[in-house]
Design a protein around this ligand. Structure first.
Ligand code: GCB
Length: 735
C-alpha cells in the first residue's frame, strides 16, 4: 500500500527578510502580479517546513512530490541539497528516504524549498503576455511506498502508461498497459480482466481487448475506463483512460471516432483575480463549469502545463485539449534543454489523459526571434521527442500572424495553426478570412487551425457605434459575431480557440481602463461578469435553449431609437418593452431590434423571450433614455475622431495623419515623430508588444496602414493630440 501525506500546511515563507506563515497553494505575486506596472517581485524566496519522519516499514521509501514550483526550485533537507528543478508547471519528485532523521520528539527535519522566478536565459517562459507568478502554487505531498513499488523517479510520471487502440468497425479496443517498477509481479486489471506479468528490468506490459467498447465520445459521452496495476508488495497505481480515435484532415477538419467533429472552443490561462496561479479545486471546477456553460468542445490550455486536476476535468467532461509548453515569443539559445525537459515532463505526466489530442511545440516563437537554424533544430527535436514518446497524438504550434506561410518552420509539426488578431491590433476583420482562404488554397494538404483570436473589452465601456480599439463590450461582441460566422463557414479549420475564456494577469499591460490585465476574456478575471460575447458563443455551441440581451451594462442611452441585440439559439425571438410585445423576429443567432426610446428620463424594461417545449425562457435589461452621453461608458474620453481634419485647412502637399506609416517613415522628419509615438504605444501594451515591435513582418503590415487608423485602434490618444500631431505633420513637405 502506498500512503500519501499532504504537506500543504504549516510553511514558513521567507521573502527578503520577511517571514510569514502560509499554507499551500501559495504565490507571492497574487497582488503585485496583477496590478500593472510590470514591477512584480521576480526573485528567490524560501519555503521552510519542519517534517517528522513518517512511520515506515523496513525497506519502504519516501518521496517528496512537488506538483508545481514556479519557475525553478531547489530542495534541501537538513541542509543537504537534494534536487533542483527547472520549469514552473510540471510535477517533480525527490527521494528523501536516506536523508530523513527520526528525532526524539516532534518534527526533526528541516525541509527548505527555494523557489525562484527571476529572469534568466535558460528557463522558459521569459517573454510573454502573462504574469510569471512565483511560488509553491500546487500541492506538495509525501508519498510512502513499500520496497517494491511503482516508479516515482522518472519525470514526475505516474509509472503507468495506458495506450488504447480502437477499431471502430469491430467496435473493440486493444489496450496496452505498461508499468515501471522496482521489481516483482504486476497484476493489471482492465474492464474486469486481469493479467499478472513479471517485471523485467523494471518494466512490464500487458495487453487487453475490450469488446463492445464504450467510446470516449467528446462532450456527449466522455466514458472513462480504469486500468489498475498492483504489485505483490501491495503498491498500487491506476489510471483512467478513454477509447477514442481522432484524425485531422486538411480538407475536412477534425474527426472524432470517425465522424466530423470540428473543434470549437476557447483558451484558458490558469490564474484568477486575487489568487494568482495558486488555484484550488474549486477554482478549477468553476472554470470547467463555465466551459460547459458556453458549450465549447475544446480547450487550448495555454501557455504551459496546467494542473493535472484540470486535465482530469477535461477527461470527465469530454473536452478535447491542446496541451503545450511555455516555449514562447522569443527563442533563447541557452533554452533548448529546458524546452526538451518541459516537453518530456508534459508528455510523460499527461499521456493517459484521453482529452489531450495535440502537443503544442511553441507559441509565436518567431515574434521576437528570427527563423534561424538553431530555432528550427529546437523545433525538430521537440517534434521528434513528442513522436518518440507518444505515437497516438499529433504535434502543432501556434504561429504569429506575421510569420510568412512559406517559412520552413511550418513543415515541422504535423498540423499548422495561426494566431491572428486582424480586426483588433491591426488590420480589418475580413483579413482573417482572406488569410485562411489563401493558406487553404495554397496548401490544400496542410491542416490549418486558428489558435488565437480576440479583442479586449472592459465591460464598463459601452458604445452605440463600436470601433476597433475602443475597449467596449459592444465592439468585442461585434468582433466575435464576425469571427464566429467566418469560422462556421470554414469547417476545415481543424480547431479554433477564442483568446481567451477569462481575462488574465499580464502585469506589463496598462490599457483599456485597467492595470495589469489582458481583457480579451469572454468572462472577467474574477469570473463574475460574463461579457456579451460570451453569450454569442453560448448561442452557437450550447444545446440548451437560451436567450440573452446585450447591453445590460449600457443603461443610459441618448438615441431616440436604440438597437437591442439579442443572442439566442431559438429560431424566433420576441421582444417586450415594458411588458408589451414590441416585435417578433426570426433570424440565425443574432437578432437586432430597433427600439424607440421616445420619452426622455424614462426607464424601459426590455425583455426577450423564446418559446421552448418546456415553456418560456427569457432575459431582460433595463435602459434609461437620457439627454447626455454618460462619460463613464467611453474609454479614455476618446471622442469621435472621424472628422478631425476637415475643419482645418489641409495641404495635400504636406504629410498628415492620413498617410501610411511607410510613407511617413520614408521621410526622416515625419518618421522620427511617428516612431516616437509608436514606442509609447507599444510600451503600454506590455512586454511583448515591446519585444515584437521590430519584427519585419509586423513592420511591413503596419506600413500599409494609415497613421490615423493605427492611432484610433491604439485608442489611448485624444482628439486634441491627434489634431496637434496633424498640425505638426502638415508642416513637413512631401518630397
Ligand atoms: C498572442 C499570445 C498571447 C497573448 C495574445 C494577446 O498572440 O500568444 O499570449 O496574450 O496574443 O492578447 O495579445
Amino acid at each position: 500500500m502506498r500512503k500519501i501525506i499532504s504537506l500543504n500546511d504549516n510553511w514558513k515563507f521567507c521573502q527578503n527578510d520577511q517571514v510569514s506563515n502560509v499554507n499551500l497553494p501559495h504565490t507571492w505575486n497574487a497582488v503585485d502580479g496583477q496590478d500593472g506596472g510590470n514591477d512584480y517581485f521576480r526573485g528567490t524566496c524560501r519555503y521552510v517546513r519542519m517534517l517528522e519522519k513518517p512511520q515506515m516499514e523496513a525497506g519502504s521509501r519516501v518521496f517528496l512530490e512537488i506538483k508545481g514550483a514556479a519557475m525553478s526550485a531547489g530542495v534541501s533537507l537538513n541542509g543537504k541539497e537534494l534536487a533542483f528543478h527547472r520549469g514552473g508547471y510540471s510535477t517533480f519528485r525527490t527521494d528523501l528516504t536516506e536523508h530523513l532523521v527520526s528525532g526524539g520528539e516532534g518534527a526533526a527535519n528541516e525541509l527548505i524549498i527555494t523557489v525562484d522566478n527571476s529572469d534568466n536565459d535558460v528557463v522558459y517562459p521569459q517573454k510573454a503576455d502573462f504574469t510569471f507568478y512565483g511560488g509553491l502554487y500546487r500541492d506538495v505531498n509525501l508519498i510512502i511506498v513499500p520496497e517494491t513499488h511503482f516508479d516515482l523517479s522518472y519525470c514526475g510520471a505516474p509509472g503507468i502508461k495506458v495506450t488504447p487502440t480502437v477499431n471502430l468497425e469491430k467496435k473493440s479496443a486493444s489496450v496496452r498497459v505498461e508499468t515501471w517498477q522496482t521489481g516483482g509481479n504486476v497484476t493489471v486489471t482492465v474492464d474486469g480482466q486481469s493479467r499478472t506479468v513479471r517485471s523485467e528490468n523494471g518494466y512490464a506490459s500487458a495487453e487487453f481487448v475490450i469488446e463492445n467498447v464504450h467510446l470516449w465520445d467528446g462532450v456527449q459521452d466522455p466514458y472513462l475506463y480504469m486500468a489498475k496495476a498492483v504489485l505483490d508488495s501491495g503498491d498500487e497505481v491506476s489510471a483512467r483512460f478513454g477509447c477514442r480515435t481522432f484524425e485531422i484532415d486538411a480538407q475536412k477538419g477534425f474527426f472524432l471516432n470517425g465522424r466530423s467533429y470540428p473543434l470549437r472552443g476557447v483558451s484558458r490561462h490558469q490564474d484568477c483575480k486575487g489568487a494568482g496561479n495558486a488555484l484550488t479545486m474549486e477554482h478549477h471546477k468553476k472554470d470547467m463549469e463555465i466551459v460547459r456553460e458556453i458549450g465549447a468542445n475544446t480547450l487550448r490550455l495555454a501557455h504551459y502545463q496546467h494542473a493535472d486536476e484540470f486535465y482530469d476535468l477535461c477527461d470527465e467532461n469530454g473536452i478535447l485539449v491542446w496541451a503545450e509548453i511555455p516555449y514562447i515569443t522569443m527563442h533563447m539559445k541557452n533554452g533548448r534543454e529546458n524546452t526538451l525537459s518541459q516537453m518530456e515532463e508534459l508528455v510523460a505526466q499527461c499521456y493517459n489523459h484521453p482529452s489531450i489530442v495535440v502537443w503544442g511545440l511553441s507559441n509565436e516563437i518567431t515574434a521576437a526571434s528570427a527563423v534561424n537554424e538553431d530555432l528550427l533544430e529546437n523545433h525538430r527535436l521537440l517534434n521528434e521527442l513528442c513522436h518518440r514518446m507518444d505515437q497516438t497524438r499529433l504535434t502543432t504550434m501556434a504561429n504569429v500572424f506575421m510569420l510568412e506561410t512559406d517559412s520552413p518552420i511550418l513543415d515541422i509539426p504535423d498540423v499548422n495553426s495561426y494566431n491572428l488578431y486582424f480586426g483588433w491590433y491591426l488590420g480589418e476583420l475580413e483579413q482573417n478570412e482572406e488569410f485562411f482562404d489563401e493558406f487553404h488554397e495554397k496548401y490544400p494538404d496542410r491542416p490549418i487551425g486558428f489558435s488565437e483570436y480576440g479583442a479586449d473589452a472592459n465591460p464598463r465601456f459601452q458604445n452605440s457605434h463600436p470601433e476597433k480599439g475602443d475597449y467596449s463590450e459592444s465592439y468585442q461582441a461585434l468582433y466575435h459575431e464576425h469571427m464566429l460566422d467566418m469560422i462556421e463557414k470554414r469547417p476545415w479549420l481543424w480547431a479554433t480557440h477564442v483568446w481567451n475564456l477569462f481575462d488574465f494577469a499580464a502585469d506589463g499591460r496598462d490599457e483599456g481602463g485597467k492595470h495589469g490585465e489582458n481583457q480579451k476574456g469572454l468572462v472577467t478575471f474574477d469570473r463574475q461578469t460574463k461579457k456579451d460575447a460570451f453569450y454569442l458563443y453560448k448561442a452557437a455551441w450550447n444545446k440548451e435553449p437560451m436567450v440573452h440581451i446585450c447591453g445590460s451594462r449600457y443603461v443610459d442611452r441618448t438615441q431616440e431609437v436604440t438597437e437591442i441585440r439579442v443572442y439566442s439559439n431559438a429560431e424566433e425571438v420576441s421582444v417586450y418593452v415594458n411588458g408589451t410585445l414590441f416585435q417578433t423576429l426570426q433570424a440565425h443567432r443574432v437578432f437586432c431590434f430597433q427600439v424607440p426610446l421616445a420619452e426622455k428620463e424614462a426607464e424601459y424594461r426590455i425583455e426577450a423571450r423564446i418559446q421552448t417545449p418546456d415553456g418560456t425562457v427569457s432575459d431582460a435589461i433595463v435602459v434609461r433614455s437620457v439627454r447626455e452621453e454618460n462619460p463613464e461608458y467611453l474609454f479614455a474620453k476618446k471622442q469621435d475622431v472621424v472628422n478631425w481634419f476637415d475643419q482645418d485647412e489641409f495641404d495635400p502637399g504636406c504629410f498628415s495623419v492620413s498617410d501610411t506609416l511607410a510613407d511617413l517613415r520614408a521621410n526622416p522628419e515625419a518618421g522620427a515623430i511617428v516612431n516616437q509615438m509608436m514606442e509609447k504605444g507599444a510600451a503600454s501594451r506590455g512586454d511583448v508588444a515591446e519585444a515584437v515591435k521590430d519584427n519585419p513582418g509586423l513592420q511591413r503590415m503596419m506600413g500599409r496602414m494609415t497613421l490615423i487608423s493605427l492611432l484610433k485602434q491604439a485608442g489611448e490618444i485624444d482628439e486634441e493630440s491627434i489634431r496637434q500631431l496633424n498640425r505638426i505633420l502638415q508642416k513637413i513637405k512631401k518630397a
